[in-house]
Design a binder for this molecule. Structure first.
Ligand code: RP5
Length: 164
């Protein structure tokens, strides 16, 4: 199976980005994690993106906060799909990161998830890889039906407690 590349702008993003790793572990999807910054280590970020397809990656998740250019820079150096996670790491509650990640110029897309939306980034990455992997598709379907069963259980508990 192809791997997911997970890149973050700083190790201070780890508490959020770990949620992507947990979600990929649950789905048994292989990944590799790096700290590369669009501003502090642009050469390493570029080198990773330019070689990612040849190194067996199928999709890249890029997480960054503040002036969050990482996902866009990565996307400019590869034709692999890039998923951006805007990180809430400043005094602006992540709105700065969201706009910096989502407002890409025409021609270089970044599929941007919600602020701190690391779990959804991982699920979207898995869905992309599942296009060529039937057993991963089955695992994604199972995960959805397990999650639905949990919600129905919660509904039952609330209904029993409050409806008389
Ligand atoms: C961004 O700046 C990083 O992605 C992080 O969210 C933010 C702050 O980085 P540190 O100053 O904590 O290293 O580049």
């Amino acid at each position: 199976m192809k791997k997911v590349g997970i890149i973050m702008g700083s190790d201070s993003d780890l508490p959020v980005v770990e949620k992507s790793m947990f979600a990929l572990d649950e789905l048994d999807v292989p990944y590799e994690v790096h700290v590369f910054s669009a501003h502090r280590t642009p050469a390493e970020a570029r080198d990773f993106a330019e070689n990612a397809a040849d190194r067996g990656f199928g999709v890249i998740i890029a997480a960054a906060g503040k002036a969050a250019h990482l996902a866009g820079v990565i996307a400019s150096c590869t034709t692999l799909p890039v998923i951006g996670i805007p990180i809430k790491s400043s005094t602006m509650d992540g709105l700065d990161s969201l706009l910096s990640t989502v407002q890409m110029p025409s021609g270089i897309p970044v599929a941007t998830v919600a602020i701190d939306g690391a779990k959804n980034a991982a699920i979207l990455a898995a869905q992309i890889l599942a296009l060529g992997d039937d057993s991963l598709t089955q695992r994604l379907k199972q995960q959805r039906s397990d999650a639905a069963a949990e919600v129905l259980k919660k509904n039952k508990r609330v209904e029993e407690e409050y409806n008389h």
